[in-house]
Write a protein that binds this ligand. Structure first.
Ligand code: HEM
Ligand code: HEM
Length: 188
């Protein structure tokens, strides 16, 4: 495993971070909107899209976790208090658990649905239902609750995360936000 500590995140880490962030924010809004809609063909299409993007997030998040296990992130600023450093680390671990756990809970949900509806990522790639999952109304209702509460948890964590990033940038005036900012090269 490579373990050199850099002063900034690598391009891969930065692009994965922002792609996953944009997709998750889209899922949070899209999930609520589709859930609130009256039954209609559009609602069905939105569910299919939600599942498709969810599987993309799952694949990207697993790739990101594997990549992350082999790369040390840049050290946190010296000025941070020990409890702040621990809080930052714990919140990052919680993000990884939720980024992977939410799509898996969605997968368990559709696998336990009494209505057998095929899942095809963007109408192209078929996804099997998870084996051994009870297909009962009761278990399906439980998975819906778990999915919803995990989504609420990641939304709450996101609010804290954005607050922390802005505090670093505007109050502490350190380079924590800059080192995660996309570096777009402008050719001259
Ligand atoms: C749902 C959306 C998001 C998720 C799941 C997420 C997740 C994460 C994770 C897991 C890390 C730790 C990276 C690592 O060491 O592996 C991280 C770092 C970071 N994120 Fe996010 N993030 C999200 C949205 C945002 C937003 C909107 C901002 C900006 C306001 C932001 C700013 C940052 C910054 C500045 C860091 C670097 C922190 C450091 O250097 O320790 N993130 N994010
Ligand atoms: C990180 C990825 C995901 C996020 C952030 C997310 C978020 C959400 C949210 C916020 C809702 C609305 C919950 C409610 O108001 O009750 C929802 C509903 C739903 N999600 Fe996801 N989801 C993700 C991935 C998935 C995946 C991968 C699947 C399936 C393979 C899935 C299947 C569903 C279904 C079927 C519903 C509707 C539940 C109902 O009608 O009660 N989700 N999701």
């Amino acid at each position: 495993m490579s373990a050199s500590v850099k002063s900034t995140y690598t391009k891969t880490a930065i692009w994965l971070h922002w792609m996953i962030a944009a997709l998750i924010i889209g899922q949070l809004i899209g999930g609520k909107v589709m859930h609130a809609m009256d039954p209609a063909p559009l609602k069905f299409e939105l569910y299919q899209l939600h599942k498709s993007f969810g599987f993309i997030i799952l694949a990207l998040s697993v790739a990101r976790l594997l990549w992350r296990l082999g790369h040390k992130p840049p050290a946190l600023p010296d000025g941070m208090k020990p409890f702040e450093k621990i809080g930052a680390k714990l919140s990052h671990i919680a993000f990884y658990i939720l980024m992977i756990g939410i799509p898996i809970s969605g997968w368990v949900m559709v696998s336990s649905s009494p209505y057998i509806i095929e899942t095809k990522i963007f109408k192209l790639i078929p996804v099997f239902d998870l084996p051994g999952v009870p297909r009962t109304e009761g278990f399906n209702a439980l998975t819906k609750d778990v999915h919803e509460y995990m989504a609420i948890a990641i939304a709450a964590l996101l609010v804290l995360h954005i607050g922390a990033a802005l505090k670093h940038h505007f109050v502490e005036k350190d380079d924590v936000l800059n080192r995660m900012a996309p570096r777009i090269k402008v050719r001259r």
